[in-house]
Ligand binder design. Structure first.
Ligand SMILES: Cc1ncc(COP(=O)(O)O)c(C=O)c1O
Length: 406
């Protein structure tokens, strides 16, 4: 029997359609299965948790619209993300602003555009937001971002136990007097230090370990901890044998944390877990060679379109777009850049893969297009395509380097 490629949580219908759709594309492209994404987001709805979509994971208009239709709120970390969300018709009242770099200009613009909820990551940010709120005669809701150190925590791209620019330690926050910031309403705390967690028990135990130090901090600052925002960090499987988190188990634990800490609201800002499994990236093979007894493939697109393997050394799952009966063998899969960093992994593919074939990388719905380094070597930008109501639509056509070179 010929092997069927697998594409994460994307539907079989979308997968089947990609082979025909690919014939119309000369350059690499991303596909997002909005029909399945919509069902997934609907399945996350939970009375105990308010969900925000971390827009950095995938700011494509159609993705934002799909999440908006399912009632998600939006966590933005730049003016660009804010304007993109507002352009989709989302109210600024459903936007939360996180991020360690909030310039005066940016805060002003956010307030002017009606954003009323800010995660504050430093004392300077608190002072600025307080001062500008006075000038604009608004009283935004504020969460102070806290950075804790845990015995059971290790290091991680989000910082883990190491020093990061995300928030401040409890000791640093306890130096402030909230009475000095009368133009803002501090309603809660934010904490988020671990990304792509796949061990549900560890994640829950880290969350539980946060409650005591966070409630102590709120007490010492003298405000009622109405809201706790636990950020993102929920992982998706990238490798065979990786665990998949159980949303039911996580939300049961979160509901308990909410009761235990006597919170009015518990928030999460999901990025990867919201959209990661609903996108794939398709790129053609432009060369196949043997070198020092090993097999190499060179693709049209590599880390210029999908940076994650270079940062994490973890490949995306891959399959050959066409069916093949050939036995699997290992290939070193490279992109087109003149750096050995441009490697998408050492991956098993049918041995008959050849020039002109297309490879499909799954789990690429989050941290794909906008996380990459597309300008290096002046290749084409990849297209972004959505699959919705059973049809493919090119939302962003692939463009040549002449469109961005001056
Ligand atoms: C403040 C904040 N919230 C949420 C997220 C989303 O994280 P994830 O994709 O792990 O859900 C990020 C990611 O960097 C973040 O910085």
């Amino acid at each position: 029997m010929s092997r069927k490629p697998s594409i994460g949580a994307m539907s079989a219908a979308c997968h089947a359609g990609i082979a025909a759709f690919e014939q119309s594309q000369d350059n690499p492209f991303f596909v997002y299965d909005l029909d399945s994404l919509s069902e997934h987001i609907a399945s996350l709805a939970n009375d105990d948790i308010k969900l925000w979509f971390a827009v950095k994971a995938n700011p494509l208009s159609k993705v934002i619209q799909t999440l908006d239709q399912q009632g998600m709120n939006f966590d933005v970390a730049s003016l660009g993300e804010l304007e993109q969300v507002l352009a989709q018709g989302v109210s600024a009242k459903r936007v939360l602003n996180t991020g360690p770099a909030k310039s005066i200009k940016q805060i002003k613009r956010f307030i002017e555009l009606g954003v009323n909820t800010f995660v504050v990551e430093s004392i300077n940010q608190l002072e600025l937001i307080n001062q500008l709120s006075g000038e604009f005669n608004v009283t935004p809701e504020i969460l102070l971002r806290v950075q804790l150190r845990f015995e059971q925590g290790d290091n991680n791209p989000l910082g883990g136990n190491s020093l990061t620019p995300f928030g401040l330690g409890s000791q640093e926050w306890s130096q402030i007097k909230l009475a000095d910031y009368a133009n803002v309403n501090v309603i809660g705390l934010h904490i988020f230090q671990w990304g792509n967690m796949l061990d549900g028990e560890k994640l829950i135990s880290l969350w539980q370990a946060m409650i005591a130090p966070l409630t102590e901090l709120a007490d010492s600052l003298g405000f009622e901890l109405q809201v706790l925002d636990l950020g993102g960090g929920l992982g998706i499987p990238y490798a065979k044998g990786d665990n998949s988190l159980s949303w039911h188990e996580l939300t049961s634990a979160l509901a308990q944390i909410k009761r235990q800490a006597n919170l009015n609201e518990l928030w999460m800002e999901l990025g990867r877990y919201a959209v990661g499994e609903y996108g794939c990236y398709v790129s053609k093979v432009v060369d196949v060679k043997q070198n020092y007894q090993q097999s190499l493939l060179v693709l049209q697109g590599g880390i210029n379109h999908l940076l994650r393997p270079a940062i994490t050394e973890q490949p995306f799952p891959v399959s050959l777009l066409r069916a093949s009966n050939a036995p699997a063998q290992s290939f070193h899969v490279h992109g087109p850049l003149c750096t050995s960093l441009d490697k998408l992994g050492e991956l098993a593919l049918p041995s008959d893969v050849c020039v002109g074939d297309s490879l499909v990388f799954s789990q690429c719905g989050a941290y794909g297009f906008t996380e990459a380094m597309p300008f290096f070597l002046c290749h084409e930008l990849p297209a972004e395509v959505v699959y919705q109501h059973g049809e493919f639509e090119v939302v962003r056509p692939s463009v040549p380097a002449s469109s961005y070179l001056f």
